[in-house]
Write a protein that binds this ligand. Structure first.
Ligand SMILES: [Zn+2]
Length: 260
């Protein structure tokens, strides 16, 4: 059984700060990446116990969120950018796991919540509904017929995932106290829960439904700065719809993901 593990950094236990932890020039960025990698390893361990034979790890954090030196020996890792999508590689994926994810921007007590870019974007809408990376990643896999069966992150991230997949195996590793504060589990405890949750999720493949959003698609991005909307709208595949907003359209989410 092959699974895709899409990783982000903001949803690890102990990670609560953009500047010092999740930005690549942050003083504790290397430590944050290590914490995240050890959680991913726990996830892989649980998945292997559940019967997975080929765990493929995709590093989804903008500047890189994994410490490749310490990744689980059984993992295969998609690294580097630009990167051809996993869905274009012809690999049959049985289920998707979302590791270390965060809620969309402007979510109350969403730890490190943002929508694709914490420095540049405020809101995004897919077919007139607010969406963040969690919803998009779930729907993108759904388009390929792949269910998303596991998510770990803070409470707000798990709540957001349940809007799309109500019975997803959701592991809460911290409770948000503000956008940049949390009551967090210890990393060791978080790893225990993630390992157990991953094992359980594999046992539920086939019973967790695949979530899809019907085509065609309109994706609107609202930027923090009007200048960003202006420069993005200069490309012919986007249309400016307001001072801070642009719109792109497509028949498939793969197309939206490329243009976005
Ligand atoms: Zn990230």
């Amino acid at each position: 059984m092959r699974i895709l593990i899409v990783c982000d950094l903001e949803g690890a236990a102990g990670v609560v700060d953009f500047r010092t932890q999740t930005y690549d020039d942050g003083r504790y960025n290397e430590q944050a990446k290590r914490l995240s990698t050890l959680e991913v390893n726990a996830l892989i361990e649980g998945a292997l116990e559940g019967g997975v034979t080929d765990p493929i790890v995709l590093d989804g954090h903008g500047s890189g969120g994994l410490d490749i030196e310490h990744i689980h020996r059984e993992a295969r890792v998609m690294l580097g950018r630009p990167q051809r999508s996993v869905w274009e590689q012809g690999l049959k994926i049985d289920a998707q796991f979302l590791y270390g994810h965060h809620a969309m921007d402007n979510t109350p007590d969403g730890v490190l919540c943002h929508s694709w870019s914490s420095r540049n974007i405020t809101n995004c809408w897919l077919n007139d509904k607010l969406i963040g990376e969690i919803g998009f990643n779930i729907a993108r896999a759904g388009e390929e017929g792949v269910p998303t069966i596991f998510l770990s992150g803070d409470r707000a991230a798990v709540d957001e995932a349940r809007c799309y997949v109500p019975d997803i195996e959701g592991i809460v590793v911290k409770e948000g106290l503000s956008r940049t504060a949390a009551l967090t589990l210890s990393p060791a405890k978080a790893r225990d829960l993630i390992r157990e949750g991953a094992r359980k999720a594999i046992g539920r493949v086939g019973s967790i439904a695949t979530f899809t959003i019907p085509s065609p698609y309109t994706f609107v991005t609202e930027y923090q700065a009007a200048a960003s909307a202006e420069s993005r709208a200069a490309r012919e595949d986007a249309e400016r719809t307001g001072t801070h907003t642009i719109k792109i359209t497509g028949e498939r989410l793969s197309e939206i993901a490329q243009k976005r």
